[in-house]
Design a protein. Structure first.
Length: 431
């Protein structure tokens, strides 16, 4: 479990750190509990959370925001939103049964955290039995007994928990799949570069020679669900559908195998193969260029697939053009209500003055709080009262340039004519 045999990488988030710790504990339980008194230490590689690359970050690479906006502004997305019977059913259900004019952007987190912690769901949503599962992107009829008109009106709706969740998932993952996964490739390029740095010196040492540092036998990257989904999207259109959300403790495994009897006519001309596994399901054959019905595929297929975008500093992150910001078709209801209330207030007689007075009040209150807060934090100044520190009857607070002030009646003069300065302190006057 020590380097260079193991390389453990995670972002600086408590839950990802703990996920990696649990996995490593399971892998190395025997070695970690050998019976000695020494504490086993596993080195962790991480980065500042705001600057890490384990998920697509629009602040680090502004071009990813442009690509995301392009996806949501595309004709393909708008066609799905406007014409999908699934979307129509969900919108109708949420409006008529839940009183929501729009689909909240956080509805998936709300649904999952509620049901996974055994809290109460609204009656109309409390119908989860797992029978529906994921639904395809294409239009569908919910059941043989439900007509197209019933879909739009929300009548005879069943399995609504799963339907709402399915819509929320597809709405979130759409940019990952759009335009040959351009957004996902741009956003996950730096992470792929980290991953491939552990693989390339093994499978393609001629073009990517080792730096001399021993390579890890196991490289563990602990990230998020929003790490796994774009990673899968970059591996090809058939690898991941974009309709399912990674469950808790999901894992992608990329195994590297050395082929000892390879030759030019074999399926592994490079002498190395890789195996792609996602939550126990082998996905290798879904990648373009891999042999059907085979769990192994030549390593060069993986190299050719990801090395075109596995970049960090070399990637183009500057937005090429100004793209209109994506406006979610379904804003949060609370935000819209606040916006509407403010607009109505401004339009009312005297409403502008109410806003101005309220703003001035907030500014004044903020200034006062800032003043008193800074005053409390400033270091206290210490001074001496005139009667507390005397130099032969001379007060420190009365010091002037007049030399006559240095001599007073209480200042005894020595035989040499020098003044003897006597210091007197009063402890109670130190403030």
């Amino acid at each position: 479990y020590q380097e260079p045999n193991l390389r453990y990488r995670a972002d600086d988030e408590q839950r990802t750190l703990m996920s990696g710790q649990v996995l490593l504990r399971g892998l190395f339980e025997q070695e970690l509990s050998s019976g000695d008194d020494e504490t086993a230490i596993i080195r962790l590689h991480t980065a500042d959370y705001a600057l890490d690359v384990l998920v697509p970050d629009e602040k680090i690479c502004p071009k990813t925001l442009q690509m995301k906006n392009e996806a949501y502004n595309s004709d393909e997305y708008n066609h799905w939103i406007d014409n999908s019977m699934e979307v129509k059913m969900v919108k109708s259900f949420l409006k008529e049964d839940m009183g929501l004019d729009e689909v909240p952007s956080s509805i998936l987190d709300c649904l999952m955290t509620t049901i996974c912690t055994d809290r109460s769901l609204p009656d109309s949503l409390n119908d989860y039995d797992g029978s529906l599962g994921t639904t395809p992107w294409e239009d569908f009829l919910p059941s043989s007994s439900t007509s197209a008109e019933g879909v739009e009106s929300g009548d005879d709706a069943t399995a609504m928990f799963e339907r709402v969740a399915n819509f929320a998932i597809k709405n979130f993952t759409f940019p990952y799949k759009y335009n040959d996964a351009a957004f996902a490739k741009q956003g996950m390029g730096p992470l792929w570069k980290e991953i491939m740095a552990n693989i390339l010196p093994i499978v393609d040492s001629a073009n990517y020679p080792s730096s001399g540092t021993p390579l890890p036998k196991l490289a563990l990257f602990s990230g998020h669900d929003t790490t796994l989904m774009p990673l899968l999207a970059t591996l090809g259109d058939k690898v991941w559908s974009g309709t399912d959300w990674p469950p808790y403790a999901s894992m992608i495994q990329i195994e590297i195998h050395e082929i000892t009897n390879s030759n030019e006519g074999s399926d592994f001309p490079s002498g190395y193969a890789f195996r792609l596994v996602y939550n126990g399901l082998v996905l290798t054959e879904r990648m373009d260029g891999c042999v059907a019905d085979s769990e192994l595929c030549d390593s060069q297929v993986l190299v050719n697939q990801v090395m075109t975008f596995a970049k960090y500093q070399q990637r183009d992150c500057e937005a090429a053009s100004v793209v209109p910001p994506y406006v979610k078709p379904y804003e949060d209801g609370l935000a819209k209500e606040m916006k509407t209330a403010l607009e109505e207030l401004v339009a009312a007689p005297g409403g502008v003055w109410v806003v101005v007075v309220f703003a001035m009040f907030c500014i004044s209150l903020g200034a006062m709080l800032t003043f008193f807060s800074m005053k409390r934090q400033m270091p206290k100044s210490y001074c001496y009262r005139p009667d507390s520190l005397t130099l032969g009857g001379f007060s420190m607070t009365d010091m002037e340039d007049d030399e006559t002030r240095f001599q007073s009646e209480n200042s005894p003069v020595t035989e040499s004519g020098e003044t003897s300065l006597q210091t007197k302190f009063d402890e109670n006057t130190l403030i």
